[in-house]
Design a protein around this ligand. Sequence first.
Ligand code: DAH
Length: 358
Amino acid sequence: MDEVEALRAELLSAVSGASDLAALEDARVNALGRKGRLTERMKSLGALELEARKAMGARLNVLRDELNEALAARKTALSSAELEARLASERIDITLPVRPEREGRIHPISQVIEELVAIFADMGFTVAEGPDIEDDFHNFTALNMPPDHPARQMHDTFYLPPDANGERKVLRTHTSPVQVRTMEAGPPPYRVIAPGRTYRVDYDMTHTPMFHQIEGLAIDSSTHMGHLKGCLIDLVRTFFELDDLPTRFRPSFFPFTEPSAEMDIGCSRKGGELKLGQGGDWLEILGCGMVHPKVLELAGVDPTRYQGFAFGLGVERCAMLKYGIPDLRTFFEADLRWLRHYGFAALDTPSLATGLSR
Ligand code: DAH
């Protein structure tokens, strides 16, 4: 074997023997790098006679091409082997069952607020908000309950300690102050609902010191009692999913509405079991009325040009009736077993976008 044959055998076997891309690069540098074996051999051609140089140069060129081909082929082989190895080691077994995970539940209060908001959104109402800590003016005075008005005693109010001016803020006793704040914020028309927390000093089977209401306010130049009835009848029939749910409006009193009414829905209490929608009994569901001219006036709305209705309903009461939850206090005891039983899967909660369709 002559010298070139020996070099060829050596360099090609280094290429075919390279076990990974790094070793292959070493083999390349060792053969064709600036100080590589073949490179050096080519540099020494100059020392040869012309004829010998031509012959040897041709052989070396052939060897260089052969080496380059071998390098490229080996590189392809090693790269795909490396990829295969990675694919094998990083394989995800998608047939494995997922590990069970505890799902959170939506509290019935949140669920019912979402349901009611979705119904009112379909009727063109938007959501308004007000603070839980209210001043006396918005919670009482502006709602036609001046100081010493007997109606203030209807609410067992939580008072905060007096501030520097001697003013005592309250935890709002109802969501009605949001009516006032809405009217103060800009001119009619208004079509808003205000869900939120409310507070009264009370605790038994049917009362908790914190509870939730949804307030409604619809004011423009022509809204009348017929609109009030239509809106609220639609509301309860949609919410309770009973198209023929009987309803009635009973005269009542609220200082901020005139006339005022309470709305009842039909039910039966036969055998101690409450069933909505049938039977001769009635169940009170909400308070409502035509907004008192005095209330409009105090909020800066001209009662000779504008009129409309308001209503307030208890969220817990709606939840208890619709979902058969017997004791109000359990809503706020933070018992996970209760929440898992009465709560809702996140995807069942309607949103403004989906409406009530599930
Ligand atoms: N604010 C009343 C309450 O908490 C409920 C209510 C009654 C609100 C009549 C209204 C209404 O807007 O018109 O007892």
